[in-house]
Design a binder for this molecule. Structure first.
Ligand SMILES: Cc1cc2nc3c(=O)[nH]c(=O)nc-3n(C[C@H](O)[C@H](O)[C@H](O)COP(=O)(O)OP(=O)(O)OC[C@H]3O[C@@H](n4cnc5c(N)ncnc54)[C@H](O)[C@@H]3O)c2cc1C
Length: 388
């Protein structure tokens, strides 16, 4: 019997160092995350602070960034780590993605030297937690319609508004907040202890339950002039951060798919009906074969995009192709695997429905499947169908 990704010998495309990093993260996941994750999901919690320190010690936070205590790995290394983390749970991968690719990247790319020195080493070590506030209750796919404002008051900035669905938001020490100013959209670093800043948990989630999700309220939050990210000018800057996080999802979602498929394979091999294992039925084999094709193709695409990123040539449209493909196919795989597990598939005893539920979010955040479809459509036709 051949494991799904071995069929295409995907491993032969990885360097020894890449395999080492992947195996290290996988071992950590097996020892420290997998035993607890279904309980976290059931209760609706994630020990973000504890995990941040552990991930920091492993070098996983902002791992593909250079300097300031970051590991400075390749993009492919980072992608492989995301695959292993999301094989455990999308909530765990989201915590790392938001810390590294949204919070830390925004500071690394758009911050001043002082801001980088102040925040990045402690975020990389997991001593501090960061979040990223772009989405608002009335501005999701269309962030340009945001209502949060930042106005000058003498040397200070004063921020007012509400951000919605903010991962790590209840725990974070610092929030990167995007707000409208007289000169356009700008990014700000908001220490969460600043008067006027409050975070409220988003409750009743049926997806990414093992993830901290917050509504952030900024009510006259007064910040010094130095709180603005000097390079964080325009929505394009915010979208560059999202592009980093989407890259992690290209790899991550396939980790969830892999876990589901491996679970379904094992289940189908041991569960007997009509006197034979489920795996012996042609209909089951067709499901397994089709899913293996999509997982393998998705992983080859992810690696190709990772190599392009490491070469410095990856375009946002290519990231859209990868994000759309990985999330759509991973969700289809998770749902199909659930059918193979029958009734057992709806419980938390197996990871498949948990992954399927998580992937509903992963399909939607960092640009919905529809928006990425339209980005690809625009690249093909030159026409932006998402604008009125
Ligand atoms: C658990 C979770 C965590 C998140 N974490 C963060 C975070 O840390 N930081 C952050 O800033 N945001 C975060 N988000 C927000 C996420 O990015 C948004 O939910 C996403 O951008 C979609 O916005 P929306 O939910 O407002 O949906 P809407 O924009 O209202 O879209 C609803 C539906 O309409 C479709 N649609 C919208 N416009 C068009 C169009 N022009 N053409 C065709 N279809 C269209 C969409 O594709 C979607 O299917 C998170 C979301 C979730 C659920």
């Amino acid at each position: 019997m051949t494991p799904p990704l071995q069929l295409l010998a995907v491993d032969t495309l990885l360097s020894d160092e890449e395999r080492d990093i992947r195996d290290t993260v996988r071992r950590f996941a097996d020892d420290h995350l997998r035993p607890a994750v279904s309980d976290w999901f059931e209760v609706g919690t994630l020990p973000v602070r504890e995990l941040a320190k552990e991930f920091g010690a492993l070098g996983l936070l902002g791992m593909h960034l250079q300097g300031y205590g970051c590991a400075g790995t390749s993009a492919v290394d980072y992608g492989l780590a995301c695959t292993e983390l999301e094989a455990v749970d999308g909530g765990v991968r989201s915590m790392v993605s938001v810390q590294g690719s949204l919070s830390m990247y925004s500071i690394h790319r758009f911050g001043s030297d002082e801001q980088r020195a102040e925040w990045l080493p402690r975020l990389a070590a997991g001593e501090l937690v960061g979040c990223f506030g772009l989405t608002e209750p009335d501005a999701g796919s269309d962030p340009a319609s945001m209502r949060t404002t930042a106005r000058r008051d003498g040397p200070d900035w004063v921020l007012d508004g509400t951000k919605m669905w903010i991962t790590n938001g209840n725990v974070a020490d610092v929030a990167t907040v995007w707000a409208r100013t007289d000169e356009g959209i700008r990014g700000f670093l908001v220490p969460t202890g600043t008067p006027g800043f409050t975070a409220r948990p988003v409750g009743r989630k049926l997806s990414l339950r093992a993830s901290d999700t917050a509504e952030l309220v900024l009510d006259g939050v007064r910040l010094p002039g130095t709180a603005r990210l000097p390079g964080g000018n325009g929505l394009g800057a915010a979208l560059k951060c999202l592009n980093e996080a989407r890259f992690g999802i290209v790899f991550g979602a396939l980790g969830a798919a892999r876990e589901c498929l491996e679970t379904a394979l094992e289940y189908a091999g041991t569960r007997t009906q009509f006197g034979r294992p489920l795996a012996g039925f042609q209909l089951t084999q067709r499901k397994l074969a089709d899913m293996t094709l999509e997982l393998g193709k998705g992983m080859l695409l992810a690696l190709h995009l990772g190599r392009l990123k490491d070469a410095g040539t990856l375009t946002p449209e290519q990231v859209s192709v990868g994000k759309l493909n990985s999330t759509r196919e991973a969700l289809a795989i998770a749902r199909e695997c659930r059918t193979i597990l029958g009734g057992s598939g709806i419980t938390l005893d197996y990871p498949v429905l948990r992954h399927a539920l998580n992937l509903e979010t992963v399909l939607t955040y960092e640009g919905t499947a529809e928006m990425h479809t339209l980005v690809v459509g625009q690249a093909l036709t030159g026409l932006a169908a998402f604008r009125g």
